[in-house]
Design a protein around this ligand. Structure first.
Ligand code: PLP
Length: 490
């Protein structure tokens, strides 16, 4: 299958590219993105066929239907990484929390957040393409805390790929920072920046545009690639778990085959929700996809009013930092799917130039046929964490908690909901400890111990071990010195 471009085609690029090409250079004509030319039509037959399949069997068949230019053995190697999740036979447990609410847990991988679902297999795929072509790639990542650890973990010691990961020193949780600075492999470089996440992200953008930097890379025979969620190589792995979760509800007798469900997704860059949208177009019977946000509620406003408005808008720090995003990249793929390339280009250009676009009434109606949305404030989220723990004996993280608000405000209780849990409690423990017992200003290690006691849950070894592991990546520098530091590394 080939990939086409969301904003139409310019003169300088081929009209279609292969999956490998879309992965290596994910930005398309006019700054657009790559999308599959068509989606495989799987239908009810596919669901019935996989009712008793393992996660990997389902994944393999779905990937095959995309007919991507990746060797079958490479796909097997990539999918084998799900064997390292907590339960080899069930990498994505789906737990019944209320009569009509199920939570699909996407955080059972090595870095305890849902980024592993896509980045784990993606690392194998990207490295294998680079090896096959005899090329070397540098992945630059700026992280607010979850993408960095997951990217480092997946590319650790992989051939033909190096990673330089920028994080704001003091701007992540202790667990997130330790996951990065204790990574010990010659192809990884972790760099703390004096500043906040935006500083790290802006530094990365400047670097990508820097002539001296690009010339120096060329001299060393290194090309740049990106592992962020605009890369379709990540999206493709995020369709699978939506299909799996639906089948899991059928298996648990929560629904009968064919019955519609809500998918409720804590959203930032919209990669997770986009996977759900594609799954619904391919085979999953979906009533609506519910987009849950925090105080950075641009997506709620878009879906409720048709306006994407970033004028007089600044990112707010919240208790669900992985969703502190205003420019939600993957919305573009929805615009393309619904309205085509010309309109997508027009809307995205408006957003870039005027920080604003507005859908017309027909377009908004079409968007609302598939999506609904609400946002949840920090104190509300803490309330949901406490109540769900006390009433339903289920412990959730602050990102997952944003779904509880929209579950109440957007969903018909007669229809079952699958909400997605995107992080384990261990990753955001100070906020959760505060929600459960009111304690404030505790460090991660104290919060972990206190929650562990309250909830009678063990702290996973991979989290506990971080606090005694040797710090091997101690670089913390000013923004001005990043270029030099990275060139020294490669
Ligand atoms: C990345 C992330 C999200 C947002 O996912 P998107 O695919 O960007 O919408 C939500 N929760 C957590 C914990 C994350 O790490």
């Amino acid at each position: 299958m080939n990939f086409i471009q969301t904003r139409g085609i310019d003169e300088s690029r081929p009209a279609t590219v292969t999956f490998s090409e879309a992965i290596l250079a994910p930005i398309a004509s006019f700054g657009g993105l790559y999308v599959p030319e068509t989606l495989p039509e799987l239908g009810k037959e596919f669901l019935e066929k996989h009712l008793n399949s393992s996660y990997k069997e389902l994944a393999k068949d779905m990937l095959n239907r995309f007919e991507i230019d990746i060797d079958s053995a490479v796909i097997d190697e990539a999918l084998a990484l799900y064997d390292k999740f907590d339960d080899k036979n069930n990498p994505v447990p789906v737990v019944k929390v209320k009569e009509n609410l199920y939570i699909s847990e996407l955080y059972h991988g090595p870095t305890r957040a849902f980024k592993d679902m896509a980045l784990q297999p993606f690392g194998v795929v990207l490295s294998s393409i680079a090896q096959k072509r005899g090329e070397n790639y540098l992945i630059l990542a700026a992280t607010s805390g979850d993408t960095g650890p997951a990217a480092l973990e997946t590319f650790k010691n992989r051939a033909n790929v190096q990673v330089a990961c920028l994080y704001p020193d003091g701007g992540t949780s202790d667990v997130q920072r330790l996951q990065m600075v204790t990574e010990d492999a010659a192809n990884l470089k972790v760099i703390g920046i004096h500043g906040v996440f935006d500083d790290a992200q802006n530094a990365l953008k400047q670097l990508l545009a820097s002539e001296s930097f690009n010339a120096a890379l060329k001299k060393k025979n290194v090309s740049l690639s990106a592992a962020n969620s605009v890369n379709f190589g990540r999206i493709i792995f995020q369709i699978i778990y939506h299909i799996h979760s639906y089948l899991e509800l059928v298996r648990q007798d929560g629904i009968t085959m064919g019955e519609k469900v809500y998918l409720n997704v804590p959203s930032g860059n919209f990669g997770n929700a986009l996977g759900g949208y594609y799954a619904s177009k391919m085979c999953v019977p979906v009533e609506k996809i519910i987009i849950s946000s925090n105080e950075n509620n641009v997506l709620t406003k878009l879906i409720k009013t048709g306006k994407y408005d970033l004028r007089d808008c600044a990112v707010m720090g919240t208790t669900s930092p992985a969703m502190d995003i205003l420019k939600s990249s993957n919305i573009e793929r929805i615009l393309f799917d619904m309205f085509g390339p010309e309109r997508t280009r027009e809307l995205m250009q408006n957003l870039e130039e005027k920080n604003f676009y507005e859908l017309n009434a027909d377009e908004l109606a079409q968007l609302q046929k598939h999506f609904d949305a609400d946002f949840c404030k920090g104190h509300e989220g803490k309330g949901y964490i406490k109540d769900t723990f006390e009433d339903d004996k289920y412990l959730m993280d602050p990102h997952t908690a944003t779904c509880m608000k929209s579950y109440e405000t957007c969903c018909d209780p007669k229809i079952k909901t699958i909400a997605y849990s995107t992080a384990e409690w261990t990753k955001f423990s100070p906020i959760i400890a505060n929600a459960l017992s009111g304690e404030i200003d505790v460090k991660d290690i104290e919060a972990l111990e206190s929650i562990s006691k309250i909830a009678s849950l063990p702290i996973p070894d991979m989290v506990k071990g971080l606090f005694t592991k040797e710090v091997t990546q101690s670089t913390v520098i000013d923004k001005e010195d990043i270029e030099k530091e990275i060139l020294n590394f490669i």
